[in-house]
Design a protein. Sequence first.
Length: 529
Amino acid sequence: MLTKEILQALKSYAESMQKNVTFVVQTGEHSKREELVTFLSDIASVSEKLNVEERDTNGELRSAISFLLEADGEDTGIRFSGIPGGHEFNSLVLAMLHAAGTELKLDDSVKSMVKAVNEPLNFEVFISLSCHNCPEVVQALNQFALINPNIKTEMIDGGLYQNLIQERDIQGVPSVYLNGELFANGKVDASVLINKLIERDPSLKEANKGDALPLQDVTVIGGGPAGVASAIYSARKGLKVAIVAETFGGQVKDTMGIENLISVPKTTGPELVGNLMEHVRDYDITLKEHVRVDSIEKGNIKTITLSSGEQIRTRTVIVATGARWRELGVPGEKENIGNGVAYCPHCDGPFFKGKDVAVIGGGNSGIEAALDLAGIVKSVTVFEFMPELKADKVLIDQAEKRDNITIIKNAATRQITAENGKVNAIEYQDRSTNEVHTRELAGVFVQIGLVPNSQFMKGTVDMTQYGEIIVDTKCHTSEPGIFAAGDVTTVPYKQIVISMGEGAKASLAAFEYLLSHEVVESDEESEAA
C-alpha cells in the first residue's frame, strides 16, 4: 500500500521521535483487518520506536479494524476506526509524530483553554477518505487529546461503518459527535470546534493567562491570500506584524483546482495554503490561529478583542477576512444541512453515489461542482436563477457533453423538502411562466456565491448594503488606520490573484500611513494596557 518514496519520507520524519509509539489494534475478525495490520506494520518498519500490537482492549476500541496510539505505554486518547489512507494519512502521521514529542502546532491560548477542560469529552469524527476538510478536524481533536487526558477522539471512516452512518442519518462530513450527541457538522474546522467548546463552557476563556503581545505596528485579520500578502509585505518593511485567522487559507482551502494563478499553471487549494504558510514562516510574524475577532475598539491605538478573551493593541489594522458560502435562505435549507443539503461537493459527494442530486448556481463554482458530482452520482440537475449561465464557456461546454447533467435556467428555488429526516425533493418556480415544479432528488449542493465576512466590523467602518467594506484605491476604509483588502471589500472580481495584489497594496498603504502619522500610545492607553 505504501510506496518506497512514502516509507523513505516516514523514516526521515521518525528520526525526530522522542518516545516509543505503539499502534494497538483490537483483536477480532473483519474483512479489512489484514489490510489494516499490514498498513500499520509497513509504517512501523521505518523506526525502532514504532510498534504494532494486537490486543483485546476491553471495549476501548470499536471493532477489529480499530486501533489506538500509545506513547511510552500510555494511552494518548487517539483512536482510528478504519484504514486512514487518502487525505487521512497525514492525520495518522501527525498523530504519531505529535504523540512521540513533536511540537504541537496550536496557539498557546488554544492550548491553555484545552488544558482547562475538566470533564470527560469523547469525540467521534465521521469522515470520508475523499474529504479534504475532514483531516483538519481530525488533526485538531487529536492534538486536543494529547494536551488533555480528559479528551478522547476517534476518526471513523463512514465507508466502513455504514450501519452507524444509517443509524445516525449522517449525509455529510465531517460530522462530529461529543459524548454521543451531535456536536458539529457541515463546514467544520478547528476554529468552529474551539468556539463551540467556549460556548459550552465560557469559563475556558479564564484559563488563557498567557503574556499579551507587545504593541503591533500592523495586525492583519484573515489568513487567506489577501491577509498573507499583507502580512509578508508588512514584515518585509521591518514592522511588528500579527495575523489573526479563524482558518488559515480561508476559502482557498476548499478549491481543488486552481489554474489561473499566473506563473503557476496548476495547483490545488491545500497545496497553495501550504505554500502560503511556508512563506509566512520565513518572516517574524505572529500567527494567532483558530480564534476570531469579536470587536475592534477605535482610537489612535486600536484594541482588538479575540474570541479567546485575548486583546491585541495595534497601530494599524488590515481587514482581509474574505467571504463565506452564500445560503439560499429558503425553507428546508438550514433544517437539512448534513441531511441532504451540502456546500462542498468534494466532501459530501460520495454520500450520494448512484443518487439524483441538484446543484444550485450556474456560475463557475456551480458548474465545476456539477462536473465533479457527475462522475459519482446518478444524475445532476443544475438550477440557475438567471436566463443564462454565468460560468466560463469551457466549463459550460464540458457540462453540456455529460449525459447525466441537466441544466434548468430561469429557475427560482422555493423550498427543499425532506421525508424521515432526509432531503427528498426541491420545489422551484419557472420565472418565465411562474409555474411551480417539484424535482425528486436526494441531495442539494448550494453554490451561489459568497457573502463578505465583515459582520464584526459593523459600526466600525462604512459598508455597502451587501456587507462589503468600502475602500478607496489605496485600501483605506472610512476609519483612519484601518485598511481592508480582498473579497471582503468593494473591489470587483473576487479572484486569488486580485486578493494577493490588494493585500500587498493595503500593506504599502498602512506603511505610508505609519510614516505620515505619529501613531503612539497616549498615557491613558499605556496605563490601560
